[in-house]
Design a protein around this ligand. Structure first.
Ligand code: SP5
Ligand code: ZN
Length: 342
């Protein structure tokens, strides 16, 4: 299958992140994409193609235009305020604070358009995030043009980003942008299966009231893991989307054997729904040696994951999300793709 990737995605290169009350080395770093690309080459997955440059319109189908503009103009405003290092939000308009004020201060804007303090924003974040979304869109385009599968080597990832906020290392919701694009260009039923270790809160929220985009997510129980405030089993959609969201929160320590029942159930939902396309939000952070996660997948398990998804029998886009054990990331990711291709 084809892999879509652009070097522009490497330009977002955060140095540090706030974690456990300290500034620690960032984990969502360019070498993640580089090692996956290298392994795609070494193991001959297929042709590597550059993304098309899409206009901003497909982003506006999913994200608030004011949010997109905020990201675009962020660095200029940040440096105009005399700051030069990467930025972290630190104040948010939560309960009892006013939601209706027109925020102008850059520190207020950072809080207005974010969900956490763990996602550094730098000089090149916007252009890298745009390129990452272009990569997802190009993979969607390949599917529309008749390919049976494609791999979007997205970075920065996307599934935590919502209508008007960034967080969880995500800025544009690549999976959501691709799903909406497939809807806008002729497909009627899309399924998103999110196998990242963390719940895809952004993707879920974007399509929560819609029956045309099924959202299925298997992840660490938010009772014990980020993002803490979404991803519980009782979230199943609302209004016209009732029944079109499903969550399988699993305990810390979950390994392949204890994961499979949830995966089988998710695959049954896919069979019933009969999507015209499947988007896999492919996080590799269920891996046993992931530095920030608590599941126990082995590298071979990723082959099994790919094999199982192939059996669903639907045109599929794999879209990279998380996964921070850089040394094993290429192997694990390509294991899924090879398992899928058989
Ligand atoms: C796309 C994706 O996988 N985003 C993950 C965002 C996780 N953010 C929370 C990071 C918390 C890091 N601290 C973990 C400490 C482990 N000892
Ligand atoms: Zn994750």
């Amino acid at each position: 299958m084809k892999t879509v990737f652009s070097n522009t995605q490497l330009a977002h290169a955060p140095a540090q992140e706030i974690s456990d009350g300290e500034l620690k080395p960032a984990v969502e770093i360019p070498s993640r994409a580089e090692i996956v690309l290298k392994t795609v080459r070494e193991r001959n997955v297929g042709e590597i193609v550059a993304p098309e440059e899409f206009p901003v319109r497909p982003l506006h189908r999913v994200h608030a235009p004011e949010y997109v503009s905020f990201l675009e103009s962020f660095w200029e405003k940040w440096t105009a305020a005399g700051r030069s290092r990467e930025a972290f939000p630190f104040v948010w308009p939560i309960r009892s604070l006013r939601q209706d004020v027109q925020v102008e201060h850059i520190d207020g804007l950072l809080g207005r358009y974010s969900m956490d303090a763990g996602t550094p924003l730098g000089e090149n974040t916007y252009k890298a995030a745009r390129a990452s979304a272009d990569t997802a869109l190009t993979a969607a385009r390949l599917l529309l043009d008749g390919e049976k599968s494609a791999f979007a080597l997205c970075r920065p990832p996307g599934h935590h980003a919502g209508y008007d906020f960034f967080g969880g290392y995500c800025f544009f919701n690549n999976a959501a942008v691709a799903a909406q694009y497939l809807r806008d260009y002729g497909l009627h039923r899309i399924a998103i299966l999110d196998v990242d270790y963390h719940h895809g809160n952004g993707t879920q929220a974007l399509f929560y009231d819609r029956p045309d985009i099924l959202f299925l997510s298997i992840h660490a129980d938010p009772k014990h893991e980020y993002p803490y405030f979404l991803g519980f089993a009782d979230e199943t959609g609302e209004h016209a989307g009732t029944g079109f969201t499903r969550n399988w929160p699993l305990p810390l320590g979950t390994d392949w054997d204890s994961y499979t029942p949830a995966l089988e159930e998710a695959c049954r939902w896919l069979l019933v729904y009969k999507p015209e396309a499947l988007i896999v939000s492919l996080g590799m952070d269920c891996y046993e040696n992931d530095p920030i996660s608590g599941f126990k997948f082995k590298s071979e398990d990723y082959i099994r994951l790919g094999q199982r998804l192939a059996k669903v029998g639907v045109p599929t886009i794999f879209l990279m999300e998380g996964g921070y054990a850089v040394d094993a990331l290429g192997t694990n990711c390509v294991n899924v793709l090879e398992g899928f291709e058989g």
